[in-house]
Structure formats: C-alpha cells, structure tokens
Design a protein around this ligand. Sequence first.
Ligand code: AMP
Ligand code: GLY
Length: 428
Amino acid sequence: MSDKVDILLLGAGGREHALLSKLAASPRAGRLYVAPGNGGMYALAERADVDQDSPEAVAAFAQDHGIGLVVIGPEAPLVEGVADAVRAAGIPCFGPGAQAAQMEGSKQFAKEVMARAGVPTAAYRAFTEEEPCAAYVREVGGPVVVKADGLAAGKGVIVAQTTEEALEGVHECFSGHFGAAGSTVVVEEMLEGPECSLLALTDGKTVVPLATAQDHKRALDGDKGPNTGGMGVYSPVPLVTPDEYAAMVDIENRVVAELAAEGIRYTGCLYGGFMLTKDGPKVLEFNARFGDPETQVVLPRMHADLIDAFLACDAGTLDQVAIDWEDDWAVCVVLTSAGYPGSYEKGKAITGIERAEELPGVTVYHAGTAVDKDGRLVTNGGRVLNVTAVAPTFEAARAQAYAACELIDFEGKTFRHDIGHRAVEPRA
Ligand code: AMP
Ligand code: GLY
C-alpha cells in the first residue's frame, strides 16, 4: 500500500516524540497532528487544539480532518474510552478500548485476568478501607509492596522493606495522597530479581513481541530514592535468557488470548513489566500502551513501517507485517528538573540540543519541554529530555548518550549516572 495516511497522535511525552519520529519516517505519512504535543514535536506535526482525554472531541476532530489513524500514547485517554469513540466513528485507532485498557487502569482487573490465564504474578489482596488493609499488612509483615489501584503515573507504589514503612504507605494511599487512584489499595508479595520490560504489538490474535528493555525507576544512582516515571533505559537486555524471553512472550500471548476468550479484544501495545525471579519471569504490571522511556530505545532499533504496523493492529492483520531488528544497542538517559519526582521549577531555558544531536547515533526526544512566548525552548515538566544514543556496542551507546548529556544545559539539569549498570554487571 502506498496511500498517504493523515495521523492524529495523542500525548506530550518522550514516548510520543519517539512515536512521532518513527511515524513521520514512514513513506505513508501524510499530514501529522499532535494533541497536545511538546516543544520538540511541533517541528514534525501541527498542534491540534483538542482535549486528548475527551472521546467525543478526539473523534470529532478526527472526522473533521479526514484522519486515517489515531495513535494514543498515554493511558488516560485509553481508560477514558477514546479508542472506542474513534473506532465507533469508523476511523482506525492504535490502542485498546476502555475495557481492555483496564489491564493498566485497574490492578485488580489485571490480577483477575492473570489468575484466569494462569500467568505468574505476585500474590495480592485488595482493600477499600484502611483498617482491614493495615491489619493485613501487620499480619503478613514486611517486606511487602503497597500500591494505589488505578493510575498514579507510576508513582503510587511503595516498596516497603519493613512493616512500619508499609503501614505508612497504606495510610498515605488512603489519605488521598495519590488522588482517586488510592481509593482501592493492593498489598502485594515482594518479588525479587532484575526487571525487564517487554512491549508487544497485538491485533487481539497475533502478538508480536518487540525488543526487551530495562527501565530505571528510582530517582537516584544505585537504585536509591523514590520511584519515578523512569530515569533511563537501554535495549536489548543481555541478562535475559532465551527461556526467560520465551516465558515472557508466552505470558503476553496467554493474556491476549484470555481476554479474547472473555469477549474483550485487546489491540495496540501490551506492555509487560516483569520481574525475572529465580522461579522464572513473573508479572509486576501490565500497561495498555507503549512504555516511557522504553519506547525511546525500542523504536530506534526497529525496522518496520510503523503506520502499516499500527493499521494492521487495528485491522486484525498483524500476522502480515514484517518487523526486523537492528543488532545495535540503544541507551537513553533522562534529564530531569532538580527536585523531580517531588516539586520542581519550570520555564528554564534549554540549550545545546543541536550540538548533542551532531554526535553520531544521538537523538534527543523531548518530554517536558515547551516553547515560551519569546520562542525559546524551556523546561515544562519533571522529565525534560530523553537523550538517546544507538551504537554497535552497549559501552559505545552509553558513552555517546552521556557525552550528549554534557552538551545540553538548563538550570537544575539532573540525571542518573549509572543507566545500564546491570548490562555490564554479573547477574545477582
Ligand atoms: P508498578 O507500577 O506496579 O510497575 O511498580 C513500579 C515499580 O515498583 C516496579 O517497577 C518495581 O520496581 C516495583 N514493584 C512493584 N511491584 C513489586 C513487587 N511485587 N515486588 C517488588 N517490586 C515491585
Ligand atoms: N517505563 C514505565 C512506564 O512506562 O510505565
């Protein structure tokens, strides 16, 4: 097929910048729109004035503008049912409908599907009231994991080493610290081992695993500090054995098949977050979308026409799409605003991106950036830029990514210095 496709992409993060870059590189790319987008995306796409979380508004915009594909980046519009509204308007959409998106939107829903599909995951109990929850935590004792059910931007998880810490977490969740996401609280068995993300494309029948990636969730070097939305990532993950890889792929197939058997068609990206335990990979969580920042290292290594692949996910023809992989390695370092994931300042001028991108293999994806009224590129979020390098070895990719980080400047620039340490350390 060579017809041009006009596309509306929803989202504003580094993940969406990476998706947009890959979509724009397709020979089939027609007019590209983003809502809301960020400071790096408007060079590639027009800004659409539409509320990304409103199913009616997105469907109406897509109809009015002759859009041939709506791509949904973040979880909130998926859970709101934007994909359902777009499909109801007869327009292809990349991303699951609201019901299937509960795999991310509700940990309890996901756990129940996993149980029915026979997928290994941490034992858990869900609570809607603080007292029984606290009593259960006292009974099982630490170490234990406490999670706010629902969407909390990757931050509603307390990995508690002690019972005390866990009880504080329970109280935090029930006292509204994570907003509505905390009204149900899940207490989970703590799993141990290295983590691995495996993104997969699916049309509801065929599941095509993409490359492995490893995120770094903690804010500080040495995996210290609070959980964040992700501080850096690399791909592939060399410590994953062929058996572990096969087990992760099997788990994703089983989940998609189980949902299908229950009458729920899951299409789009299924993101499995796994702990590689000594008893094999176990699921930490599923997300109903591409990972951020995993996408920023997976897509640059992927040889495929992303427009064809996304349309095939919607149409149910993913078995006909060819996807190949580059042997190269990719490393991405996230530059954050000082203070993240707590409070931080915005509006700081950013310089040096062009120089950084002159380094071979380096691409800088924008996340929390904006263009101010004077036309300057400024910081506009906690995770500001995703500095990604692709090279023939892990060491070269990492060195290049860090060299690029040094060339970029903004007040409060902060980053982890040990992204990818597990790629070179012996497995614990
Ligand atoms: P989640 O948003 O559920 O993926 O949790 C965020 C992070 O918390 C994960 O990437 C893990 O590092 C950690 N975590 C979540 N659940 C568990 C668990 N059951 N055992 C150990 N660590 C966990
Ligand atoms: N990398 C974590 C996430 O996308 O949820």
